[in-house]
Design a binder for this molecule. Structure first.
Ligand code: NAD
Length: 312
């Protein structure tokens, strides 16, 4: 099977590419290297089953030309920096619905009907304290990033309804692991390298979220793709457990061998405007198909801290 992977040079995308190549797929990565890196794909460059196109998904003509002759699209690219929407209000519109439209339209022209999409738990936004099932609604995101994800989901669903596409949409919990280009672990480690005596923590540190290791995400993406065959296959992907921000900071301090680090909280219940301080995903639907996380949220965080430190 020939897979077209957008964002395949990034954190999650590059792990997915490793897995696809391992499973015998032929893979084209399409990436503009805005946050991804060539070094994450380096080990595939002399493999005939691997092809890399450096390009921007906003370039519709290039996407049309490049996507031809593939069987399935794994659409993993996005603006990964949730907070950037506060300063650049067009960004999540372009990197969400607009690039998703370019991909869907290019697929339509070339008769490609299967699309796997990396959405996010942010579409649910602020909710009662329950584990959220895929049927939870209304979905009213509070970040522009979340609006971009929901808009992209809507377009994909509309192409299913109008042009008989088939889709696997995954709403991820927070994802951690090696090759992380951003996020809380990378951020705290960077801050502590700069000043090992104190750590600024956004919010009150009580934000509590589920963290899933990237290996579990990649297994989940492929598991759902191989074991479900509805027209629209919508899954939450997250662990049953969660971890507080302060506990992440404590684990990082421990793993870096530091002591007496002063935690300086910026205060307030959320890290920034648009941050959802507490949520839990109900992943029972994909679990019924036989997927299960290998790492609890705390284990995933601890493992990822070690991986990120090893990489440095
Ligand atoms: P990442 O930044 O590491 O990967 C995104 C990749 O897309 C990068 O390689 C980047 O260069 C590429 N890209 C961005 N804009 C592009 C464009 N216009 N044209 C071509 N390439 C482009 O981010 P990630 O953490 O691996 O995220 C992957 C996906 O998972 C994203 O869709 C993200 O929204 C989603 N997601 C991530 C998390 C998480 O915790 N990391 C949680 C929920 C959802």
């Amino acid at each position: 099977m020939k897979a077209f992977v957008t964002g395949g040079a990034g954190f999650i995308g590059s792990h997915l590419v490793d897995k696809l190549i391992d499973k015998g797929y032929r893979v084209t990565v399409f990436d503009n290297l805005s946050s991804g890196e060539k070094k994450y794909m380096q080990h595939h460059f002399d493999n005939d089953d691997f092809n890399f196109i450096e390009g921007d998904l906003l370039d519709l003509e290039l996407v049309k030309k490049s996507i031809k002759d593939h069987d399935v699209v794994f659409h993993i690219s996005a603006n990964p920096f949730v907070r950037l929407g506060e300063e650049q209000t067009r960004l999540d519109l372009e990197q969400g619905p607009v690039v998703t439209y370019n991909i869907l339209e290019s697929m339509r022209i070339h008769g490609i009907k299967k699309i796997v999409f990396s959405s996010s738990s942010v579409v649910y936004a602020e909710t009662p304290p329950i584990a959220l099932p895929e049927t939870y609604g209304p979905t009213l995101p509070i970040s522009l990033y979340g609006a971009g994800k929901l808009g992209a989901e809507g377009l994909i669903s509309a192409f299913c309804g109008t042009f008989d596409f088939q889709t696997w949409i995954y709403r991820f919990a927070n994802v951690v692991g090696s090759r992380g280009t951003h996020g809380i672990i990378v951020d705290f480690i960077d801050k502590l390298h700069k000043n090992p005596n104190e750590l600024e923590i956004l919010g009150d540190g009580k934000q509590q979220k589920p963290y899933l290791h990237v290996s579990d995400i990649v297994n989940g993406i492929l598991h759902g793709f191989q074991h479900s065959n509805e027209q629209i296959n919508l899954f939450n992907l997250g662990p049953d457990s969660n971890t507080t921000v302060t506990h992440i900071a404590e684990m990082i301090v421990e793993e870096m061998g530091l002591s007496d680090v002063e935690f300086k909280y910026t205060g307030g219940s959320r890290g920034w405007k648009g941050d959802v301080p507490r949520f839990q995903l109900d992943a029972a639907k994909i679990k019924k198909l036989g997927w299960k996380e290998n790492y609890t949220s705390d284990e995933a965080v601890r493992k990822s801290i070690k991986e990120v430190l090893d990489e440095q």
